[in-house]
Structures are given as C-alpha cells and as structure tokens.
Write a protein that binds this ligand. Sequence first.
Ligand SMILES: [Zn+2]
Ligand SMILES: [Zn+2]
Ligand SMILES: [Zn+2]
Length: 318
Amino acid sequence: MDSKHIKYLSKKDAISAAKKLIKLTVPNEEHLKIKVTDRSYVPYYLCSFSINAIFKTSVGVIHSIDDSSAVGLWGPTVKENNLIWDSEARVPETNLVKGPPVGKKKPLGYNSQKIVELIAPDLIRRYSANINYTGGNRVNYTKFCAPRAKDIRFEINEVIYFPLWEFEVDYLGKKYVLSALQKGDHFTIFNSDLNICGCGKKSEMFCSLCGDVVCRKHSEICEVCRKPVCSNCFSTIGRLPFRKKICNECKNDRKLMANLEKDLKNKNMLVIGSLAILAIISLFLGVYLYSTGFPLSNPCCCFTGLVTAIIAWLVFKK
Ligand SMILES: [Zn+2]
Ligand SMILES: [Zn+2]
Ligand SMILES: [Zn+2]
C-alpha cells in the first residue's frame, strides 16, 4: 500500500470518483444523481513487533526465536460523528493525518492491547515449529515449540485513517447504496447494491424507464426507440415472424401504436396473400400434371395446396 499518498477529497471530487465506479450502462446521464450520505474512517494500524523465545529441555536449549518485523491490521470502521477521544489511540503527526478527518479529536480504534489480541494468534502460528532433538539417553524426540503471547512485543508505529465514503445513487427515483474505501486516488468498492440484478446475476444496466438495475438476460432494447429497458418495462406485439419488442413508453403512445399495428396488418396480409397464391398454384399444377398422366401427382399437389392454405389460416387468423 502506498501510504504516502493518502489525501482527503472534497465531496465534489468524491462524487465524480463514485461516478467512475458505476460500471453499468447509464441510458441518460441526466437522470443519474449521486450524493454523499456519510463518511467514516477505517484505521489501518502499521505495527512493528519483535519476538523472543527460548525453548529448553533437560538437555538444554533446543530452539530459539529472535526476530522482528512489521504487520498491518485494519481496524473497525469509525463513524465521523462518533469520533471520541481515545487516550490510547496514537495518531502520529505526519502529513498522512493532518487536517481532516479528525481535527483535534482522535477516533476510537484499537489500542495496543486489542491489537496484540488480534495479531498474536497469527504470529504464534507463524513462529511455531516441531523441533527434533536428541535426549540424554540418545533417543530422538520431537517437541512442538510455540511462542507465547507474552514473548511478543508490539508497537503501533502509525495509524492511517482511510476515508470510507457512502453514497446514495439515484436513477429515476430508484435509490441504491454505494460505499467505497478511498486509498489515495484509488477507490475500492466496499459495499454496493448496484451490481446485482433481482435474479442474483451481475447487473449490466439501468432500465431507461423504471431505474432498476438488471442483468443482460433481464434487459431488452426497444425496437422502436432503441432504449434499453428491463423485462418489466417492455412487451411484445404482433406474431412471428413480425413480432416486435417495444418498451412501455412506446406502447403507451397511441399514435405510434396505431401506425405499428397498421404496418403489422399489412405485412400479415402480404404473407396470407403469398400463401394463398402458392395454394392456388399447387392446385392448378396438380390438375395439369394429372391430365398428362403423371402418377400420384394430383393427390400430392392437392395435399400441399390444402396444407399451405390451412397454415395460412391458422397462423394469421385474427
Ligand atoms: Zn424497467
Ligand atoms: Zn437478471
Ligand atoms: Zn421504446
């Protein structure tokens, strides 16, 4: 983590950063409204530790640990309006924590004792080992050597307070929660209900009419106005092969619908006409071939003509 570049943003800059986090198709940017609803801080404790332990048996020292290193630990989220004085939280005077967020107050976070409680089990596991040694009786033994919590010394070197921004994203009156942790110029989504369609799949877009977020399967493009809409905001009109998917807005436009229906009727008439001509040709062909003495031709052509006529009637009866 590049902790040297933590900086605190204005609300305006945070909002433009939040906009970039929304990876959905936004049909109309004008309907997208984002506001900051809360800002908390998440402390990150940079701690150094040293660990010293000696393991003895009747034959003397069989193992020893002498090491020092550093660890980082995320603390609990601190609400901005819940900042209270905590005499044990150490906020060093570095350029990382000057000015906002905390002013003269220090946020309540973990004290050193709490950090030991949280980190020690992990370090104990990391430094534990099975040690083989030979006893005074020349028999080989194995002993599990684990350091104890009191063998570890901790020091909190630095606490960095990462702003956790909470936004309300509003699209056509539908409200969503988006929260993101700011690390310098980089934002990581912490929590968001923007990215899940009602079916549980990853959402891809906002519906142009109701503002719902939906996945690809639950979205359609209106074949008239080309607006992307959710599956609740579109209907189909007409029959195959002239079926049309249209959005509810276009469906409620009476003039548009009257034109569309007229157009569909014309197309249907064209198909009925073509099928009728095909049926007549089949019948005449049957009669002609029969007159030339071609075997079985008449029943075959008559059958085809009849089937064509029945299909035309079944598909396009209205
Ligand atoms: Zn919709
Ligand atoms: Zn879906
Ligand atoms: Zn439409």
